[in-house]
Write a protein that binds this ligand. Structure first.
Ligand code: C5P
Length: 232
């Protein structure tokens, strides 16, 4: 699996995003476009960043009835992104429909990965609000196995879960892991964090890094430091 650092482009609009990317002269980092940027600028921003030569993870976390998700994925398949995602919570039927929609007429498709339980959901809320009474790590592993059964390529999870996901779902099942911080850095709202070096040790395939790079005084240096720590 190609180990890489994915920069989360959590910016409100096109101008800030392109100004940020312009700082990376001669480099084309793998980037993540999420809801904030996509809902503000639409598919055009995806095409524009793709044209600049970046690999793109389109993080829109789809979840709806299978037929609707299939149609949504069919539209996304035309954007030529490298990776996209959905909620495993939508069940196997929804994930299978998503794969079908995402597969282009020539048989190619972007990687499709699943969100298991959101990291903002804790044991208490899961039990009281979602009425799921199993331990959270067990729920995460179960959803990962559902995703694998549906034929998906991997999951978004914590670096701390990456080893167990690989053990249960196979070494080639991709783990994409946010929650990465430099040693001694500000953790922000992330609760369970690991360094790029530790994420590599734990077996993550891709780390998603936002603020430690986007808010750094020198984002290019911060990106290089992440790459060095994670890929070596
Ligand atoms: O700034 P930071 O490094 O915390 O950004 C992490 C990125 O990963 C954000 O875009 C966030 O939405 C995303 N993410 C996450 N936890 C998840 C899924 C996605 O932090 N479980």
């Amino acid at each position: 699996m190609g180990k890489d650092v994915i920069i989360a482009l959590d910016f409100p609009g096109r101008e800030e995003t392109l100004a940020f990317l312009d700082r990376f002269t001669g480099k084309k980092p793998f980037v993540k476009i999420g809801m904030e940027l996509f809902y503000a600028e639409g598919p055009q921003i995806v095409r524009e960043i793709k044209r600049r030569g970046h690999k793109i993870f389109l993080d829109l976390k789809l979840c709806d009835i299978p037929n609707t998700v299939k149609g949504g994925m069919r539209s996304l398949s035309q954007l030529d992104v490298d990776m996209t995602n959905l909620h495993a919570f939508g069940t196997i039927a929804m994930m299978e429909a998503a794969l079908e929609g995402l597969t282009r007429p020539d048989g190619t498709r972007p990687l499709l990965i699943a969100v298991t339980q959101l990291t903002s959901t804790d044991q208490m809320r899961m039990e009281k609000e979602l009425l799921i009474e199993k331990p959270l790590p067990e729920v995460v592993m179960h959803y990962a196995e559902l995703a694998r059964t549906a034929g998906l390529d991997g999951v978004v999870c914590s670096p701390l879960e990456a080893g167990e996901v690989h053990r249960r779902c196979g070494e080639n099942f991709v783990t994409v892991t946010p929650g990465v911080r430099f040693a001694g850095g500000d953790t922000g709202d992330q609760k369970r964090v690991t360094t790029p070096e530790k994420a590599r040790e734990l077996g993550s395939d891709y780390i998603v890094v936002g603020r430690p790079i986007t808010q750094a005084e020198d984002p290019v240096e911060a990106y290089e430091r992440c790459l060095q720590g994670f890929v070596g």
